[in-house]
Design a protein around this ligand. Structure first.
Ligand code: ATP
Length: 590
């Protein structure tokens, strides 16, 4: 809030101007009765309190009205004054200085001679109007000062808001001269590079500057480009966004916003990671293989070394890779899955490495960042690496060796800090032997190999996995299944699960959809499983030939052997001697 004292110099000028014209002394006080301006004998007392003699002023401030005192010293208002009856003043006119209807001070004309007093008395009306106008002039100055102070504080406020931003923000006119910038922007550039009136082309490459300035031509265009800024400490990879600032009369300036690229990846990761937040505890299984894998994942998570996960489709290679990432110090970074089979070969390279502006016909303007670069400070999961074409294997090898990435059409390689986890269901050694997989890459990625056995070789994991998927689908399908028929169990136990855990999950989902009560039975199994011949173990258990061979062997072993033994065995088995000889030969028993 601006006070009268804040415009005291102006008040003094007004007081002196009036005094010069009317040849009468002027005295101005604020609302606390401090003399803030004065001429003649009052000049000395500027800054002092009028508390003990300013009784007329006090009344003017209280009422907000103008007062004319024709008999100072004996007027009733002068009652408490110590100069009462002995006052040197001859005539006094005091006007309030009103701001928004409130008296914030008072201005008075004080006569010390009879001549002055007579002059005012004879022209009282004109003098009163004049003094009122002067009071209004001071009040206006005060309002103006208040308005300016408001502007200054709004400006401070806006500056502190833009200084709060983590993003670098700068504004420029349509010719590329910098108008304004925030602290974050200043922190980005080398000393003295960024200052009011510096030029955009001293901060960014000419091509980017040209693109930024095109934004000024239309209020709708926005330009987004990657830039590398030579900052105070090092080179910084930033995303630049330029947009027009619409003002009165159209676009007169542009805003340029700079964000660190890493941060963008982190945001993408935060937004996309919710459904993929696997932890190592989500990898179920009591088999020795699974227990060892969980243990190994915990140990290797902290390292940066490449991991190669081997296993058939659906064994959980991807969830293992995600768990390793989530256990690692890189978990704040991105987990980027690249399925080398799913992406057409001609697109895979640009997906992985990105490209520069104009790298090839049809390339997007401004270029494109590749997935490996996007995952900087995170993990890249190269799924089905066995399906990666040989020429790309060479490029991946370079990333692993040099920790640098070069975009298609690029001339320089930029550093990239990613951990690679590769996976495949294929036999890379066989592929290597046939020349389908690079030997050097194989040894680079095979630093920490992890093999996940197929589900049929770790059937002891079945109960916990079945239980888990039943719980999942009880929730999803709003069911209450908690029991399995013996037949259901036996079918699953005997099944070979060519699709591994993924197939088991599908089977349970299917059965849960059909289940009408709390029990899953054989009837709920997919047709392919019901039609399936009894599976390996089952087949094996009831295989007649095997049983016959074992019976003959056990029986013959109980005899003393030789011709006599064979006779005894044939008799015990209830078959002829010739049949026994035939079967012994067939089953290779001797
Ligand atoms: N040990 C496990 N515990 C819990 N769920 C598992 C396990 N293994 C696999 N799954 C589940 O099986 C499905 C397939 O897993 P995932 O995609 O990780 O397998 P993959 O080996 O990467 O398959 P592909 O090679 O076909 O890509 C997922 O739904 C996953 O949650």
């Amino acid at each position: 809030m601006v006070e009268l004292i804040d415009v005291k110099d102006y008040a003094q000028q007004i007081a002196e101007a009036i005094a010069t014209v009317v040849k009468i002394d002027i005295e101005i006080a604020d609302k606390t009765l401090i003399r803030i301006a004065g001429t003649g004998r009052y000049h000395k007392g500027v800054g002092q309190s009028m508390d003990r003699q300013g009784y007329v002023y006090r009344e003017v401030l209280r009422t907000g009205h103008q007062f004319v005192i024709e008999t100072p010293g004996i007027h009733p208002l002068c009652g408490p004054c110590k100069a009462r009856g002995n006052c040197s003043e001859k005539y006094e006119v005091v006007s309030p200085i009103n701001v928004d209807g409130k008296a914030v001070g008072a201005i008075g004309m004080i006569c010390f001679t009879e001549v002055q007093a007579k002059l005012i008395a004879e022209n009282q009306h004109s003098y009163l109007i004049f003094l009122t106008k002067m009071a209004e002039t001071i009040a206006l100055k005060l309002k103006e000062q208040e308005f300016l102070a408001g502007l200054v504080s709004a400006n401070h406020y806006l500056n502190s808001i833009i200084d709060c931003l983590d993003e670098g923000l700068l504004t420029t006119d349509l010719d590329g001269t910098i108008l304004h910038f925030n602290q974050a922007a200043q922190g980005l550039f080398s000393a003295n590079l960024l200052h009011p009136s510096s030029r955009l082309d001293s901060l960014f490459p000419l091509q980017i500057v040209a693109e930024i300035l095109t934004v000024g031509k239309s209020a709708e265009d926005v330009v987004e480009r990657e830039v590398y800024i030579e900052s105070k400490k090092n080179q910084q990879h930033m995303l630049l966004r330029a947009l027009p600032m619409e003002g009165e009369g159209g676009v007169k300036s542009l805003a340029v916003i700079l964000r660190p690229f890493d941060e963008i990846s982190r945001i993408v990761h935060r937004l996309s990671s919710r459904e993929v937040g696997y932890s190592i505890e989500d990898i179920l299984g009591e088999s020795e293989c699974m227990c060892q894998i969980r243990e190994q994942a915990r140990v290797i998570a902290a390292s940066k070394s490449t991991v190669l996960i081997l296993g058939e489709s659906g064994t959980g290679k991807e969830i293992l890779a995600r768990s390793i990432h989530n256990l690692s110090p890189r978990r704040q970074g991105m987990f980027m899955t690249i399925n080398c089979t799913a992406i057409p070969e001609n697109l895979l390279e640009s997906e992985l490495f990105g490209y520069e502006d104009g790298a090839f016909t049809g390339a997007r303007k401004g270029g494109k960042i590749g997935k490996i670069e996007l995952a900087n400070k995170g993990t890249v999961f190269l799924d089905e690496i066995g399906d990666m074409p040989l020429y790309l294997q060479a490029k991946i090898l370079r990333v692993l060796q040099e920790r640098k990435i070069e975009r298609i059409g690029g001339i320089t390689a930029s550093p990239v800090d990613v951990r690679i986890i590769a996976a495949t269901h294929r036999n890379l050694e066989e592929m290597m032997a046939k020349g389908e997989f690079r030997e050097d890459l194989y040894y680079r990625i095979n630093v920490i190999p992890i093999y996940i056995k197929p589900l049929r070789e770790r059937k002891e994991d079945l109960p916990i996995l079945i239980q888990h998927f039943i719980e999942v689908y009880n929730q999803q399908l709003n069911k209450n299944v908690h029991d399995l028929s013996e037949g259901f169990r036996r079918r699953l136990q005997g099944y070979a699960f060519p699709g591994n855990v993924r197939e088991l999950q599908n089977i349970i989902e299917y059965a849960m959809n059909l289940a009408e009560d709390s029990r899953l039975t054989e009837d709920h199994l997919p047709v392919r499983m019901k039609q399936e011949e009894l599976q390996e173990e089952y087949q094996d258990r009831f295989n007649l030939e095997r049983i016959e061979r074992e019976t003959i062997l056990r029986c013959y072993q109980m005899t003393e052997g030789g011709a006599r033994g064979k006779e005894k065995a044939a008799k015990a088995l209830g078959i002829g001697l010739a049949t026994l000889y035939r079967k012994l030969a067939r089953y290779n028993i001797e």
